[in-house]
Design a protein around this ligand. Structure first.
Ligand code: ZN
Length: 266
């Protein structure tokens, strides 16, 4: 960083101190960490995304939003069983993958995103998820379609955004960083629709959740899904009721398989 940038950063920091999204304390920030583009430049398909690296990457991406205390929370990273690919989760989902456990800092961050409208953190969280996906490409060929779990129009109006879509909004841009054999996929948010307005799933038991989302989704463009493999994206995986209902609709329209990837699972 040149002298001018350093002085400018010092002034910016003094005038607009950074406040941690979670604990609300002011903290000083190293502006060199702020550029997401730097992280993307270092995309590397040959390096496995170990739990340690997963945490390191999380800290690099979230440093502009969280203080060091909140960043150093180990809780969500402690459970390496979430690292495993869960094959044949059930008859609808081929696999379920999550970056971490829904706990500690991650849990608070997802809450900030969904309920406190801190949508600025969707981009770094989405890039973090993108790395998990990159990791998967070393073993499997990419899905043809990447689809966010949709919200009902009414919920969309209330919330103003679909957090699952915000996570993958920039993936088409990141695609240009990938070797060509890995870039034959598309992010589509116009294929799957939530037609039934349902209760919030929070607080419901698994059986109630299944009932709640039964027939809640509809494929609006079956021709786009037919013969395609689909990767569903959501922020949190709880009982899987929502993902399963989406997958059922997609499979009925001729999708060959449906995988799920989320930031965190309970
Ligand atoms: Zn904090």
């Amino acid at each position: 960083m040149n002298l001018f940038s350093r002085i400018l950063n010092a002034f910016t920091e003094a005038l607009f101190p950074t406040r941690c999204l979670i604990c609300k304390r002011f903290y000083s920030i190293n502006h060199e960490h702020q550029q997401i583009s730097k992280v993307i430049e270092h995309l590397n398909l040959s390096e496995p995304l170990t739990m340690m690296y997963r945490k390191q990457l999380f800290q690099d991406l979230m440093r502009p939003f969280l203080c060091e205390t909140c960043l150093s929370d180990e809780t969500p990273f402690r459970f390496d069983r979430f690292d495993q690919h869960e094959k044949e989760y059930n008859r609808f989902l081929s696999s379920v993958k999550a970056l971490v456990r829904f706990d500690g800092t991650i849990r608070k961050l997802i809450h900030c995103l969904k309920y406190n409208r801190k949508i600025q953190i969707a981009k770094p969280l989405g890039l973090w998820l993108f790395f998990l996906w990159i990791e998967q490409l070393r073993e499997e060929r990419p899905s043809d379609l990447i689809i966010p779990v949709p919200l009902h129009r009414k919920r969309m109006r209330q919330r103003g955004f679909n957090q699952s879509y915000l996570l993958i909004r920039h993936w088409e841009k990141y695609k240009t960083q990938l070797p060509q054999e890995y870039s034959n996929w598309h992010v589509r948010k116009d294929i799957l629709e939530r037609t039934k307005y349902t209760l919030q799933q929070v607080g419901l038991l698994k059986k109630e959740r299944m009932e709640n989302v039964k027939n809640a989704f509809k494929v609006t463009k079956p021709e786009a899904v037919y013969g395609k493999s689909v990767l569903l994206i959501d922020d949190v995986f709880t009982t899987g009721a929502t993902s399963m209902a989406c997958a059922q609709a997609l499979l009925l329209s001729g999708a060959i398989c449906v995988d799920v990837m989320v930031l965190a699972r309970i």
